[in-house]
Design a binder for this molecule. Structure first.
Ligand code: 48F
Length: 267
């Protein structure tokens, strides 16, 4: 038997009030951050977990209802992915199961649904907040530095409604938006800034070359402008790296690296 709340509140009122007040608390707490991650793909989720674990106030803003980015669908909807030896310690930190291939030592397969859900769970359990169905539509740009994000509901974005956004202030912003590097693009086009790349602009992703793409994803994970970092496929796109398809070690190591860079900067 469900009990009544204070002042005889009905179960319906208790449930709705609880959801609205708890979510508002979470969002208000997320308005001033040490690190704001745009996109909840594998690289950003890994970064979120290590950043939060290091005590940095961290939140992920993900456009879709389900975070996880390109993890869920494995390769061409076959829901398995491959990870190489070097990144296994990250899977182990998240307690995600993997199995080495008998005919190709050093390569491991894992269930892509376990990977997506494991990364989400790990990031949340470490203390990162995840705001899903929220799109980042602009940057806060003050005194020559990226200072935060401009956010709105994805439904507002999708329906093209004329509704003003809200703002999140963050000491560090990470572009984890995958192939399109949406935030770095915004920075170049709207804030008219020069990124720390050979051209000052986004160079653009190259076609498939697995070994090269895996290495360059990690290499290209870094700060591109004061307050603005890139990880995962976004980092590869900005520096003109090769794509690599459904092998995910580079994504995991990229997330680990961007977290490390920000944690070390703060020390
Ligand atoms: O692309 P995505 O999975 O990010 P990633 O960490 O991983 C790339 C791999 O999945 C795969 C690959 C590996 O071999 O190449 O593609 O680089 O996830 C990016 C997430 O960012 C969200 C988007 O919905 C997706 O879940 N996103 C993109 N733009 C925005 C955004 C935005 N403006 N606001 C909020 N979320």
């Amino acid at each position: 038997m469900l009990r009544k709340g204070f002042f005889g509140m009905s179960a319906e009122n208790i449930i709705s009030t609880a959801i609205i007040s708890k979510f508002s608390e979470k969002l208000i707490d997320g308005l001033k951050l040490d690190v704001a991650l745009v996109g909840g793909g594998p690289s950003a989720l890994v970064a979120a977990r290590y950043l939060a674990e290091a005590g940095l106030k961290t939140a992920v803003f993900e456009r879709k209802l389900a975070p996880g980015g390109g993890t869920w669908g494995g390769g061409m909807l076959f829901n398995e992915v491959v990870v190489q030896d070097e990144a296994l310690h990250i899977l182990d930190d998240f307690n995600i199961t993997h199995k080495e291939l008998e005919n190709a030592p050093g390569y491991h397969t894992l269930d892509s649904v376990e990977m997506a859900s494991g990364l989400i769970f790990g990031a949340l359990k470490a203390g990162a907040k995840i705001f899903n169905s929220v799109s980042v539509e602009d940057l806060v740009f003050k005194n020559g530095k990226v200072n935060g994000l401009v956010i709105n509901w994805t439904c507002v974005e999708r329906l093209g409604l004329h509704v003003d956004p809200l703002t999140v202030i963050a000491e560090n912003v990470i572009d984890g938006t995958g192939h399109p590097s949406e935030i770095l693009n915004l920075a170049v086009k709207k804030a008219k800034i020069q990124l720390d790349t050979p051209t000052g602009d986004i160079i653009g992703e190259k076609p498939m070359w697995v070994e090269n793409g895996e290495a360059s994803t990690v290499e290209n994970t870094r700060c591109y402008f004061p307050g603005l970092y890139a990880c995962g496929m976004s980092a590869n796109n900005v520096m003109g790296g090769y794509r690599m398809g459904p092998i995910f070690g580079g994504m995991l190591m990229s997330g680990r690296k961007v977290a490390k860079l920000i944690i070390e900067k703060g020390r």
